[in-house]
Design a protein around this ligand. Structure first.
Ligand code: SF4
Length: 291
């Protein structure tokens, strides 16, 4: 299938890419922007923003939609939380977004390292807000508590697709486990916004999309992201359909009608795309008492 026009991107500015890469390499940091081949890297790096990826760049799971390398990860770098905080300060980020590879090999799934990173950013930049995109920690509620106790502003956990497609693209994950984790954010994370998202174009039906949105509202998810799935390589799951931008607009409206505080839907939307703008919009609405 040829990519439609609306997925054509301008070539990224080489100087901006290079500058960011040098900073990240010097700090020995990874980003999901680079490792997951995000199509927005040109725009985000030019705007001096990125999503830090902690706990290494090798994932213990093997999802068929994801470009990140899987295998046996290296030891956790105890200096990484401070390196993230220092890089975030250097970039002048107001909203720091941190994700990780999935680390099923660690007893806490890496939750303690997430907590250390959140605390390092709070210490280094008390005025900045922090958003974490966490794995499911194999359903370990103690791990979720560790992250919540470090007081991030937003906890994101993506359901990625509709439950029927889980076995073929997320074989080591469970839809119900992801929903339970999102429910736990609302139950235990007082004042923390919860966020989730999924990809379209993997063969899901319109009805299934609406059902997942309803499931997310049922666990009090506040922020929703919807984007087009793009296959990273011929060995990954193929794109089944390119979804028209008008469909994303319709889903965005449906999402707001369902009660999501913010919906970011569009072909190139990724879970961290414009995360800072979305967070400041919510803050502005809160000040106006609109929420
Ligand atoms: S959308 Fe997110 S993952 Fe993609 S380049 Fe921007 S910050 Fe990185």
């Amino acid at each position: 299938m040829n990519k439609p026009d609306w997925l054509t991107l301008q070539a990224p500015d080489a100087k901006a890419l290079d500058g960011m890469k040098r900073l990240l390499d010097a700090s020995r940091l990874h980003t999901v922007c680079e490792d997951a081949d995000c199509p927005n890297i040109g725009e985000c790096f030019a705007g001096k923003t990125c999503t830090f990826m902690i706990l290494g760049n090798v994932c213990t799971r093997n999802c068929r939609f994801c470009a990140i390398v899987h295998g046996r990860p290296s030891a956790v770098d105890s200096g990484e939380p401070q390196a993230v905080a220092s890089a975030a300060r250097h970039l002048g980020l107001r909203h720091v977004v941190v994700t990780s590879v999935t680390r099923d090999d660690l007893a806490d799934g890496g939750a303690g390292h997430f907590a250390a990173t959140i605390r390092a950013v709070h210490d280094e930049m008390p005025e900045a807000t922090v958003e974490v995109l966490i794995p499911d920690f194999l359903g370990n509620i103690d791990s979720l508590h560790q992250v919540i106790d470090a007081e991030p502003d937003v906890i994101n956990h993506n359901v990625e697709t509709v439950p029927r497609i889980y076995p073929s693209i997320r074989p080591q994950a469970l839809y119900s486990r992801s929903l339970a984790l999102l429910h736990g954010i609302r139950e235990f994370g007082s004042g923390i916004l919860s966020k989730s998202g999924f990809m379209l174009g993997l063969g899901e039906t319109n009805g299934e999309v609406i059902e997942v949105m309803e499931d997310l509202r049922a666990v009090h998810c506040d922020i929703l992201t919807l984007g087009q799935y793009l296959s990273p390589s011929p060995v990954h799951h193929p794109v089944v359909e390119y979804i028209h931008p008008d469909t994303f607009k319709t889903l965005e409206k449906i999402g707001y009608d369902m009660g999501f505080i913010e919906v970011n839907a569009g072909p190139l939307v990724r879970s961290s795309y414009h995360a800072d703008r979305i967070f400041s919009r919510i803050g502005a609405n809160n000040e106006k008492g609109c929420q």
